[in-house]
Design a protein around this ligand. Structure first.
Ligand code: HEC
Length: 135
C-alpha cells in the first residue's frame, strides 16, 4: 500500500514537471534552458527594449552585473583591469558591428549563437541595445 502511494506521488510529480515544461515551450521566442532569469518578451517594445530582452534571455547568465556570478563579466574584468567596465551593459565603446561579430563567432569560452537561437532581427536589436545605436 505504502509502495503504491509512493508510486502515485512520483507519477503526480512527473506530470507537474511535464506540464510546466510544455507551458514554457509555448513562448513565441526562443530562450535558452540555462537562462537564470525569467524570459523577457523579445518581440515587444522599441528596438532597444527588444534588445534588452534578448540580452536578458541569452547573455546575462554570463554577462550579468554581479561579477561573482558571471563568468563573462569576470573574464572581461581580468582582460581590461578596470580600464573599461567589466559589465557589457555599462560599456560605451561597443559598436553594433563588434557585438554582431562576437555573437556569431564566439570568443574564448563564449559560445557562438546560431540564427535559430538568436535570429538576425533579434541580433539587430541586441546590437543596438549594447552599442547605444552606434553602427
Ligand atoms: C557561456 C558564457 C557566455 C555567454 C552565454 C555569453 N558570453 Fe560573451 N563572453 C564570455 C566570455 C568568457 C568572454 C570573454 C572572452 C575573453 O576572455 O576574451 C565574452 C566576451 C564577449 C564580448 C567581447 C568583449 C570584449 O571587449 O572583449 C562580447 C561583445 C560579448 N561577449 C557579448 C555577448 C553577448 C551579446 C552575449 C549574448 C548573446 C554573450 N556574450 C553571451 C562568455 C559568454
Amino acid at each position: 500500500m505504502k509502495q503504491a502511494l509512493v508510486t502515485l506521488a512520483m507519477a503526480a510529480g512527473a506530470l507537474v514537471v511535464m506540464t510546466a515544461s510544455a507551458v514554457a515551450q509555448q513562448a513565441s521566442f526562443p530562450a535558452p534552458a540555462w537562462s537564470r532569469t525569467t524570459a523577457a518578451a523579445q518581440n515587444r517594445g522599441s528596438l532597444t527594449e527588444r534588445g534588452a530582452a534578448v540580452f536578458n534571455n541569452w547573455c546575462t547568465v554570463c554577462h550579468g552585473k554581479d561579477v561573482k556570478n558571471a563568468p563573462g563579466t569576470q573574464s572581461l574584468q581580468y582582460k581590461y583591469q578596470g580600464k573599461l567596465p567589466a559589465a557589457l551593459e555599462e560599456r560605451r565603446d561597443l559598436t553594433a558591428k563588434s557585438v554582431k561579430f562576437y555573437v556569431r563567432k564566439g570568443v574564448a569560452t563564449m559560445p557562438f549563437f546560431r540564427k535559430t537561437e538568436i535570429g538576425d532581427a533579434d541580433l539587430d536589436a541586441l546590437a543596438a541595445y549594447l552599442s547605444q545605436g552606434k553602427p
